[in-house]
Design a protein around this ligand. Structure first.
Ligand code: GLA
Length: 633
């Protein structure tokens, strides 16, 4: 009996020791944890072969566009990466796993000295032109063209094993080949190999590809092994880093918003696709744009949201659709998207080259502060986006998504400028200047995006709201415990499935993530009926990291947001400076007025904002860091 009791005591003790040792998942780390590994202090710019050439890409086509990039002056404006997409691989040599390229398509890769063709002379050529070189692979054993291409003509040839040109079992070897041996600077890693080669795949059934149990499903996050996908992408990232220790690389994740990547890519790579492929159709642009537009807090210098390549030059964005082409460009710049031209530049008309070369708009995309635009006015047909630039100026875009012209009232306060002082606007297409106080009326044509640089008198005179500087705010833990699809992203009939099947369903997880100037599910930030036009909305049990470059004071009004559905659990808000606790609120419940929270952050490099709740359902507890700001330099 005694022994049983003693054993029970020991067990209880062990359990409680283990419990006591459980690390606090919200403990401050004292360091910025979002990815800063590659050369993406600003979003990459350049060209990619896929939109125009798909798997028919060859050296002449690539070099033709590269030459025009240089000759037209686009290179001098920042377009540097010349990226080969899918279609370059011939097969994997089974004897040693070496990847063979399509030498017939890339003649510079063949030399008398070397038996095995090498891309080194090709990348040397691009480097000699002052450009950088990019290449493509897939995280599985096979690429997307191998899964989806209608013909076999341009696909890898040979046995099943020879056709396995993806990274899956060759991460170290292939990454060393791309970066060390061949001299590439940019790698896009696609994901069809992780998704499309299950037992029902036509290629697998036909004996053309080996089965790989799918670990990712764009249509269902619950059928996705997020941790396994993440692990593979981290391994590739580590391999790139060790093959390019000087950090001169771009690591591009291409899993189209699947596997909850819109939440974690910011910790893993330089750019990450937030949606399925763009096509030259207006509806498709809306999908891709929507997949990134509410995700400003998930983009920072080093790691950017990627709504896919530019389709300027084709379909709804060709030279007969300059309004749409300009919108595409302006919106991508406001989103801090990679600016990767997808057109055959050998043939691109001057009117489109002018759009791609608009230096004032490029400057918004490339602004060093790295703040993706925040939605200042949101509706299904009209949006106003505002981006805070390093200079303190604002960029503002007024986007008419619909098919009829609209009269819009632009307000100074939407830019967080005072409405009793003049606001100067410069139209970045026409260069016309205008000035207004309080508000001004503008007419925006169907599908048009007006885009301005704006200067005014700030409402917050001596600092910045956190929602004005999303590039410095990282939702390290955003509280989302059960990723579900975002219902607000436009669903178009121009998706990959066309109008087959039952339609385009919501599919991009991330709903309920951290938002600038909005509650997590899109409502107005509001605590006990008091609205907060500025602030961060996030779920409970979350931790935000905020970079501080010299401000002395943090202040916010904190509380449980009126949009929360849990009225029982209290939330405690804590401010840390470089890992040390600086200030804490009382436990606050739904309906209680917001409480002011202030901290002296002099000399602090990293502020962390933690909202702890007794709730286990974080999704039911939206919290507001109202008017959260860094002030006083
Ligand atoms: C996927 C990607 C595209 C392109 C193709 C290549 O569809 O999303 O951007 O790389 O594969 O096959």
């Amino acid at each position: 009996m005694k022994t049983i009791a003693a054993a029970a005591c020991a067990a209880i003790l062990l359990v409680s020791v283990a419990y006591a040792q459980q690390p606090d998942p919200l403990a401050p780390t004292g360091r910025w944890t979002a990815y800063t590994g590659g050369r993406a202090a600003t979003p990459p710019m350049g060209w990619n072969s896929w939109n125009t050439f798909a798997s028919t890409v060859d050296e002449e086509k690539v070099m033709g566009s590269a030459k025009r990039i240089v000759d037209s002056g686009l290179a001098a404006k920042g377009y540097r990466y010349i990226n080969l997409d899918d279609g370059w691989a011939a097969q994997r040599r089974v004897s040693d796993g070496h990847l063979m390229l399509r030498a017939d398509k890339f003649p510079s890769t063949v030399s008398r000295k070397q038996k095995t063709p090498s891309f080194k002379p090709y990348t040397d050529k691009l480097h000699a032109m002052g450009l950088k070189a990019g290449i493509y692979s897939d995280m599985g054993r096979n690429t997307c063209a191998q899964a989806w291409s209608a013909t076999d003509e341009d696909l890898p040839k040979g046995s099943v094993a020879e056709r396995e040109v993806g990274l899956h079992d060759f991460i170290e070897q292939d990454i060393a080949l791309y970066f060390r041996e061949w001299g590439f600077d940019y790698l896009k890693v696609d994901g069809c190999g992780l998704r499309d080669f299950g037992p029902h795949s036509p290629k697998v059934k036909a004996g053309q590809a080996r089965e790989l149990a799918p670990i990712m499903d764009l249509g269902a996050i619950s059928r996705t092994d997020v941790a396994a996908v993440q692990d593979l992408f981290r391994r590739v990232g580590a391999a790139i880093q060790s093959n390019r220790p000087n950090g001169d690389f771009i690591y591009s994740l291409c899993i189209w918003g699947a596997a909850n990547v819109r939440a974690w890519a910011k910790d893993v790579g330089s750019v990450s696709r937030t949606s399925d492929d763009i096509s030259p159709a207006w509806g498709r642009l809306l999908v891709n744009y929507d997949s990134a537009v509410h995700r400003a807090l998930y983009a920072h210098p080093g790691s950017w949201n990627d709504p896919d390549m530019l389709y300027i030059g084709a379909g709804d964005f060709d030279a007969d659709h300059l309004t749409e082409a300009r919108s595409h460009f302006a919106l991508w710049a406001m989103l801090n998207a990679p600016l990767l031209i997808g057109a055959d530049l050998r043939k691109t008309p001057d009117a489109l080259m002018e759009i791609l070369g608009n230096a004032d708009i490029i400057a918004l995309d490339q602004d060093a502060a790295g703040n993706q635009a925040v939605v200042a006015y949101d509706s299904s047909d009209l949006q106003i986006l505002v981006k805070t630039l390093g200079s303190g100026d604002k960029a503002v875009a007024i986007f008419n998504r619909g098919s009829a012209a609209m009269d819009v009232s632009l307000q100074a306060t939407q830019m967080k400028f005072r409405d009793d002082a003049p606001v100067e606007l410069t139209d970045l297409w026409t260069k016309k200047q205008m000035s207004f106080t309080k508000d001004t009326k503008v007419r925006v044509a169907a599908r048009e995006t007006l885009i301005f640089r704006a200067r005014g008198t700030r409402i917050l005179a001596d600092g910045l709201y956190l929602s004005e500087q999303p590039g410095k705010v990282n939702p390290a833990i955003d509280g989302v415990t059960r990723p579900i699809a975002d219902p607000t992203i436009f669903r178009t009939a121009f998706g990959w499935g066309g109008t087959h099947g039952a339609g385009d369903r919501p599919q991009y997880a991330g709903w309920g993530g951290a938002r600038a100037d909005s509650a997590p599910y899109g409502q107005t930030l509001q605590v006990a009926r008091k609205p907060y036009p500025a602030g961060i909305g996030i779920l409970a049990n979350s931790r935000l990291e905020v970079r501080n470059d010299g401000y002395r004071r943090f202040a916010a009004n904190v509380g449980v947001d009126d949009s929360a559905t849990d009225k029982a659990n209290a939330v405690t808000f804590t401010v840390y400076g470089d890992g040390k606790r600086l200030a804490e609120s009382r436990p606050l419940k739904w309906g209680m007025p917001a409480e002011p929270l202030e901290a002296d952050i002099s000399g602090v490099k990293l502020v962390e904002l933690v909202a702890r709740s007794t709730a286990t359902e974080n999704e039911a507890v939206s919290v507001t860091w109202g008017e959260a700001a860094l002030t006083g330099r």
